[in-house]
Design a protein around this ligand. Sequence first.
Ligand code: NDP
Ligand code: MG
Length: 392
Amino acid sequence: MRSISIFGATGSIGENTVDLIARAPGAYRVVALTGGRNVARLAQQAIALRAELAVTAHDDCLPALREALAGTGIETAAGPQAIAEAAERPADWTMSAIVGAAGLVPSLRTVERGGTLALANKESLVCAGPLLMETARANAATILPVDSEHSAVFQALAGEPVSAVELVTITASGGAFRDWPMERLASATVAEASTHPNFAMGQRITIDSATMFNKAMEVIEAREFFGLDPAQIDVVIQREQIIHALVAFQDGAVMAHLGQPDMRHAIGYALHWPERAPLPVARLDLRKLTSLSFSVPDETRYPALRLARDVMAAGGLAGAAFNAAKESALDHFIAGRIGFMDMAGLVEQVLDRISRDCGLGNAPDSLEKVLQMDDLARQTADEIVRARAGQG
Ligand code: NDP
Ligand code: MG
C-alpha cells in the first residue's frame, strides 16, 4: 500500500488532494496531515483518512487539535519544527501545499529523504530552486509539478528532451481585474481582488493572480524546474483557461495541454504518475467551447512580469527576496496599509534597496542563506511601508 503525507491539507490544494485520496479507500496509508488554524477541518480529515499524525502550524491551536482527536489514537503535534519532523517521516508520496515560504522546509525535508514530492508550493522553487533541485538529485528524489501550467508542460514534454524545446508558453487568466480600466485599479479592494474568474483557490494566490505575481512566480518556477533559459518562457492570457501551457519544439511542432480548469487533474496526474488513472474531473467538450482567446499581457497593468525577468537576470538569492517582498506586500495590502497597485512598487523598492546595500547574487545553496534573505526582504518591506505611513 502506498504511503502518503499532505502538507497544507486544509487549504484549497490540500482539500482537492484529500478528495482524491478519500475516493480510494484502502489504497493509501496516510502518514501525516498538516494544517494551520483550521483545526476542526484538520481533525475531520485525519479521522476520515485514518492518518497517523496531524500537525498544526500554530502552538496555540494544539489544545483544540488534541481535544478534537482525543481517543482516536491519532498523534498530534504543533509548530514549524513539528511540520519539519512530519516531513522527515517516510512516505512514498508527499504533497507540498502549504502557502508561502513556510512550505520550503517540508519540501526540502521530503527530497532529503529521497521521497516523491508533489510540488504545489511554488515558493519552494522561487526561493530556493537550485537548492531544492540539487538536493533532489543528490538523494534520487522525484519532484512532480502540481502547479497546473507546470504539470501541463511536464506532460507535453513526456518522452522529449528539454534540449529540443524552443519556447514554453504558460497561460494566465488575467485575474479579477483583467477587464477593469487601468485608472480603477488603484482603488481595488481586497474583497474584489479575492475573486478569481476561473479557479476557486486560496485567497493569497487569488490576489496574486489579479496582480500576476502568481504568473511571475510561475515563470521563475518554470525556469528552475525545467532548467530553461528565461528567454524561452513566455506568458499569454488565455481567458477561458482551457489551455494550460504550450511547448514549442525546434522543429516547429507545438504541444498544448487542454482541459477544464480543475486542480484535481494536476494533483491526480502527480498522484498516479507515471501511470494515468481515471480522475473525477469534468471532460472537455470542444463542441461546447465557444471561443479560445489569447492576448499579450500589458506590463503596465501587470508590472510583476517585468520584475520576474529582473529577478531571473539577478539570480542568486533574488528569488528569495522577491517572494518574501511579495508576501509582505500582500500582507500590507490585505491589512489595508497599501493599495492594490502599490504592491509591485513595494517589491521593486525592496529588491533595489537590498541589491544596492548588500547584493542579491549569492548562490541559494543553503536553507540558512535563503531564510536570512527572506527575513531581510520582509524587514525592508516593513520599513518602507512604515516610512511611507510616517510621511502621510
Ligand atoms: P490555501 O491558502 O488555500 O491553503 C494553505 C494551506 O497552508 C492551509 O492548509 C493552511 O492552513 C496552511 N498554512 C498557512 N500558513 C501556514 C504556515 N505558516 N505554516 C504551515 N501551514 C500553513 O492555499 P492554496 O491551497 O491555494 O495554495 C497552496 C500552495 O499551492 C501555494 O503555494 C499556491 O501558490 C500553490 N498553488 C495553488 C493552486 C490552487 O489552485 N489553489 C494552484 C497552483 C499552485 P489553515 O488554512 O488551516 O490555516
Ligand atoms: Mg498555476
